[in-house]
Design a protein. Structure first.
Length: 263
């Protein structure tokens, strides 16, 4: 069964997330529609992503596997990339296609995922769909301090909408850095829970404002709290930055994905 690994970037503003949904436009749905045109003789085309980004969330490093029952011609990866990109909408783009073993699975074989969230410290005419603008002054040092505490094994049940799944997540990397007019939060872990990153950002912003102190932030991991939900950051500033497989290096450059220069 021919299988290819796709590296994908997309602007999630117009989509209800990655995963196919009934009566909703999704990134996976758009890719499947195109795949059925590229491989018209086969209905059982499979495209599975490494991460299920939510509505309005973007990606610069999503990974998916493309699997078809069989093909009558020997298609080169570059031909598949060109065919897809000629048919995909303007806000979805295939960055790379490569042949992989038939048992490759984008989600199951991934070792970790990295997300980056962008908070703008100024109003911007161009970046509204890619940042969360915070008008109030934020204490960066306090935000950096709480971000560092996330590394390790924690129970994130208070930071997600759990769907009867384990809420234990091992975080391998967590940092706050500044690039131009942006405060960026990067986090890497084996997996993420629904809305987990956006709620972490929302609470860290409250820490930056001085509404929550460092000890209160730490205490949220030891109790259920309905308060956190109201601090959920908007999806506009969130990017799936990179999916790591065996041999891959994490993204460590302190650079924003959609930069907003200082004025």
């Amino acid at each position: 069964m021919p299988t290819w690994k796709l590296e994908i970037e997309y602007n999630g503003t117009r989509y209800r997330g990655w995963q196919v949904q009934k009566n909703a436009r999704t990134v996976q749905g758009e890719l499947l529609d195109v795949a059925r045109k590229v491989f018209p003789d086969f209905e059982n085309v499979e495209i599975g992503g490494a991460g299920r980004t939510d509505a309005g969330v973007h990606a610069v490093g999503q990974v998916a596997h493309l699997r078809v029952p069989s093909v009558n011609v020997n298609l080169k990866p570059c031909q598949i990339q060109q065919a897809f990109n000629s048919l995909l909408p303007h806000d979805i783009n295939i960055l790379k296609v490569e042949s992989v073993p038939n048992n490759f699975h984008a989600r199951h074989d991934a070792l970790s995922r990295y997300y980056l969230y962008q908070i703008s410290t100024r109003r911007t005419a161009f970046g509204k769909n890619f940042v969360w603008w915070i008008k109030e002054a934020l204490d960066i040092n306090k935000m950096k301090a709480v971000a560092e505490t996330l590394v390790g094994r924690h129970d994130f049940r208070a930071f997600c909408d759990s769907d009867n799944q384990s809420t234990i997540v091992v975080v391998e990397h967590s940092e706050i850095f500044v690039d131009g007019s942006l405060i960026c939060f990067r986090i890497g872990a084996s997996h993420f829970l629904w809305r987990m990153v956006r709620r972490l950002v929302g609470v860290m912003v409250e820490v930056g404002k001085g509404s929550i102190d460092t000890e209160e932030f730490r205490s949220l991991f030891h109790k259920d709290s309905s308060v956190i939900a109201k601090f959920t950051a908007p999806p506009s500033g969130l990017f799936l930055e990179k999916v790591l497989y065996k041999g891959d290096k994490p993204p460590l450059r302190k650079k924003a994905i959609f930069p907003i220069p200082e004025v």
